[in-house]
Write a protein that binds this ligand. Structure first.
Ligand code: SF4
Length: 223
């Protein structure tokens, strides 16, 4: 892959964000990866977290894993029970089906293990680039990808590091611009910064640790 010139002030931005996020709680997938050290639980937590706030996802993921924390146990669980457990997360009906299907596919085709390959993960129904990257980084502890969610996508564009239309494009562009030693921390730092300061609709630029380095591209309203 061709690596382009890294963004100006990259080092400074990372240092300042590290200082800023010390006061914030880690994201659910990061915490589950850290504590449980299980790629399957990271994968399932990531699916549960799609379009759902961390404060809802965390307790529901833990409740589910208490009942069933392996592909075998989830595959055996009646889908009505699975739906009931995960009901507080958004799109729980679709997510129940996906989680059930993924568990069955892992048993049938991968010996009950989560594949240790981005390409194989992408073959699982309902797993896109973001979920595959998160599973590789937080589940398999391999920093070969930059997981890009809405926060990483928006902040990178506001900083002017990239100019992209969606998170999938952002992942490709960031991996061309950011030196590999930063890949693991970019997701953690930008997600926490986005959840607590650089809000999607109205970022809190006045208290932002990196406002001296941000041209605020595309920001129409801020605090
Ligand atoms: S200055 Fe504003 S837009 Fe830029 S990163 Fe900070 S909060 Fe986000």
């Amino acid at each position: 892959m061709k690596i382009n010139k890294p963004p100006k002030n990259l080092d400074r931005v990372i240092t300042l964000l590290k200082e800023e996020v010390r006061h914030f709680e880690n994201s659910v997938v990061s915490k589950i990866g850290e504590i449980q050290k299980d790629p399957f639980k990271v994968l399932i937590s990531c699916i549960l977290s799609l379009r759902t706030q961390d404060k809802t996802t965390g307790p529901i993921a833990l409740k589910l894993f208490k009942e069933a924390g392996t592909p075998e146990k989830i595959a055996k669980m009646p889908i009505t029970k699975l739906k009931k457990i995960i009901k507080p997360v958004n799109y729980y009906i679709t997510k129940s089906k996906r989680i059930n299907e993924i568990s069955k596919t892992l048993i049938k085709s991968y010996n009950g293990k989560v594949p240790d390959s981005f390409e194989e993960l992408m073959k699982l129904k309902g797993v896109g680039k973001k979920t595959a990257a998160i599973t590789m980084v937080y589940g398999h502890r391999k920093a070969d990808y930059i997981p890009v969610d809405v926060h990483v996508h928006i902040i990178s564009n506001r900083l002017g590091w990239i100019k992209t239309k969606n998170a999938e494009q952002s992942m490709d562009e960031l991996m061309k611009k950011i030196p590999k030693e930063y890949w693991h921390e970019i997701n953690d730092l930008f997600v926490l910064h986005g959840q607590n300061v650089c809000f999607t609709n109205s970022p809190k630029c006045s208290i932002c640790a990196i406002n001296n380095y941000c041209p605020r591209i595309g920001v129409k309203r801020s605090r």
